[in-house]
Design a protein around this ligand. Structure first.
Ligand code: NI
Length: 183
């Protein structure tokens, strides 16, 4: 089921997301993750976090198979991340041009660590401890920020942010175009 995507300016994107109870596999969480994939594909995204569909819980989904043409290892990179915790970042950082379904029409180069280590649960609630590097690390850090109430424009220099001020303020007034359902 395709869900409407929450746009910048909504308090949901600034809220703190809570951990999901991990006693047993939660079918509601699995269903929501499936809906998030549907929503993400319909909007041509590669990652989507639960706050972006109105749920302040620690869950995000990523599918990088659309990038398999120029990076073959990404062909099967379709994952659900539950209760992720990034606990190590590389000193090496790089710039990468990011966009976000919650900020349609904005693309900016963002500086982030090249590699991270993260603990998380998969869709079967099995724990993992894994290193990610390159584009997977990039998308994961972007989605992880959503769980912390951050968006990628928070990471720009004050100058870049001030140049975007009008656009950012326009979101709350409905001044944006998106090819998908929003709220
Ligand atoms: Ni985003």
């Amino acid at each position: 089921m395709i869900l409407p995507i929450v746009i910048y300016g909504s308090p949901t994107l600034r809220g703190e997301s809570v951990e999901i109870e991990t006693g047993e596999v939660d079918l509601e969480v699995v269903k929501l993750a499936g809906d998030m994939f549907d929503t993400m594909y319909a909007a041509d995204g590669v990652g989507l976090a639960a706050p972006q569909v109105g749920h302040n819980i620690r869950l995000f989904v990523v599918d990088l198979s659309a990038w398999a043409d120029d990076e073959q290892e990404l062909a099967n990179f379709k994952r659900i991340f539950i209760n992720p915790e990034i606990y190590e970042c590389s000193e090496e950082e790089s710039h990468y041009n990011e966009g976000c379904l919650s900020l349609p029409g904005i693309n900016e180069d963002v500086l982030r660590p090249v590699s991270i280590r993260m603990r998380y649960l998969d869709e079967r609630f099995v724990p993992h401890d894994e290193e990610f590097t390159g584009r997977p690390a990039r998308v994961i850090q972007h989605e992880y920020d959503h769980l912390e109430g951050k968006v990628f424009t928070d990471r720009l220099t004050p100058l870049r942010r001030s140049l975007l001020k009008r656009k950012l303020e326009g979101f709350a007034k409905g001044r944006f175009k998106a090819s998908y359902r929003t709220r």
